[in-house]
Design a protein around this ligand. Sequence first.
Ligand code: NAP
Length: 735
Amino acid sequence: MFNQVAFIGLGLIGSSLARSLRANGLAKTIVASSRSERTIRTALEIGLIDEGFSDAADAVKNADLVVLAMPVCATQAVLESIKHNLKSTVIITDVGSTKGNVVAAAEAVFGTVPARFVPAHPIAGSEQSGVLAGKANLFDRHKVIITPLAHSDADAIAQVQQMWQAAGAEVLTMTVQRHDEVLAKTSHLPHLLAFSLVDTLARESQNLDIFRYAAGGFRDFTRIAGSDPTMWHDIFFANEHGIVAALDGFSEGVARLKAAIVAHDSDAVLGILTRAQVARHHFTHMLAGTAYSKTMNTKNLQFVVAAGGTLQGNLRVPGDKSISHRSIMLGSLAEGITEVTGFLEGEDALATLQAFRDMGVVIEGPKNGEVRIHGVGLQGLQAPPNALYVGNSGTSMRLLSGILSAQKFDTVMTGDASLSKRPMERIAKPLRSMGAVIQTTGEKGTPPISIKGNQLLKGITYAMPVASAQVKSGLLLAGLWAEGETVITEPAPTRDHSERMLRGFGYDVTTEGSTIRIRGGGKLTATNIDVPADISSAAFFMVGASIAPNADVILEHVGINPTRIGVINILRAMGGDLTLLNEREVGGEPVADIRVRSAKLKGIRIDEADVPLAIDEFPSLFIAAACAEGTTVLTGAEELRVKESDRIQVMADGLITLGIDAQPTPDGMIIQGGQIGSGKVISHGDHRIAMSFAIAALRASGTIEIEDCANVATSFPLFVELARGAGLKINVVEA
Ligand code: NAP
């Protein structure tokens, strides 16, 4: 790529880049200058350079690329000394940790920054220095920021970019000013604090004891104080402006924490620590744009499930997602402390949790599904520092729209690429008629949503044009602050988790037929919520225990909200042996332990009234039908075709592969019960399909292999462990 590359400075960074150029064969010859003869000798001895010079001006004479790899404050002097010896076509770049002063130095020397000068900064390194510290792979999978100027030469930019990419780095572009602002906060400030802390402690008379007993915290925090003083001296002066601003922000933060400790303000201290903890744990994922939980598993996981086995024992499946969301919302708005157990730590519910943290609510956890919310009352939310980001969660955005419309501050809500395509006018419109000032984006009324604070809401009477639990809930929540009564009528029944939980928090909500009423001006009182296990997740074990021989399981604490119990109705109609034990109410939600034993199932025509109540459970119900005697017919379920996959087609394909006579229809399926065989089925990344075919192995004649199962973790993280513990012969293979 280059005939000759000249390095000015062969320390950690310069020698690492030289090693990488060598390793990748990107330079015919590499030369360097150093003020130290020893450095040159060493570099020649280890074959890093072809020729060395003590004077930079001699090193650059024949170079196509000059890399400035010395401390940033030396830039002007170095450029001054080399400027008359440069080839006219030379590309100059640097590796300095600040950019403003490097550009200023180039301007001072050349009048204007040469077009083929491309400032760059690799975000990689260590506290070591010198030619022997370098490593060829130092930049592998690290970022390099280049800060070209408006008049920079495109070819020079491209060549510098390609050189770093060849070194394994990801190249990003920023303005000079932005670079210095960002790096002041993320790199320069932490180094300054580490140096300062060590120096402060070292001055104390008891310093020997302090260092002798220094625990891991001190060591971790101050590791970077071992970095090269000259380099950091230069950086602190070179980016004075950015560093002073970052230090001011930090000083305010420390002062806030100090004041809270002095005032014994436990909530404030806990608020700062919990917000910081979650940000620290998740910041890498936020950077990767994946909201608040682990990056979705994109590996191709395969389930391999041996035939036979049975299901036995007491099982608790993960918490219900809709209820997890609402527990955070109402717990935050209540007076007092709400303790939540069984919280589903999925990405969506975590987005809601983060939004309330951003609005000043102290929330401890989640840890093993336990969350402790320090409620702030209906008037206690505070303006978030930035736009609220709710990831992929439509529930968060629609429900929060109602809450935010009634606050004293303005807010903006954003979501990921997929949420940003979903319609938000269906909630914005009725909120506007309550007096909210709310703006969606574009013709289709999608996110981001901007909401103006300080509006007085009035109760409305609203007949919903489309049945939607999210819209209904958003309006009911806005109704908490509205003057008078909010009356909503639904065209068809939808999930009523919000109404039930509001009542659980002591708020009066009445439901008469399809009409729900709420009056503003009351208060929510904290309560404890044991989030019921999700009936959709429990369904796999209901079907599994029904079809397996000698099965007997108790599914603990399952939510049996009447709007969700279609799977129980249908299995019972097929002859399933399901008993509800210990029926009770938790936070307004009906809950039971469900005992399921083996049964001889028979085919039925599924009652269409049960279809909306079991819409997510049909993949597993199709397996039940395959094991039943006779024919099962499902109609009125066209919605199954637009779920995570076309569940009618994908399930029919899989069943046919396994030797079952399954006939897809536009709105359902006709299945003849028979013997499930063996084979390889494809889940198309649909978690419910994957789990359904896994359960099918309980009655298969041979092994079932299921492709594309990584997404199971999104709704049911411990499915494999739980199922295996109960007796399913399941293994996971990384394909
Ligand atoms: P280093 O290992 O200490 O090496 C510095 C090099 O600069 C030495 O070869 C030294 O050579 C030369 N040098 C020092 N003062 C000079 C002067 N006045 N004129 C000419 N050459 C001089 O430092 P490094 O870590 O490689 O840092 C080099 C650059 O990379 C700095 O601008 C730094 O901001 C940047 N950077 C460092 C890191 C990191 O983590 N270390 C990360 C990203 C960017 P002689 O003394 O032998 O002449």
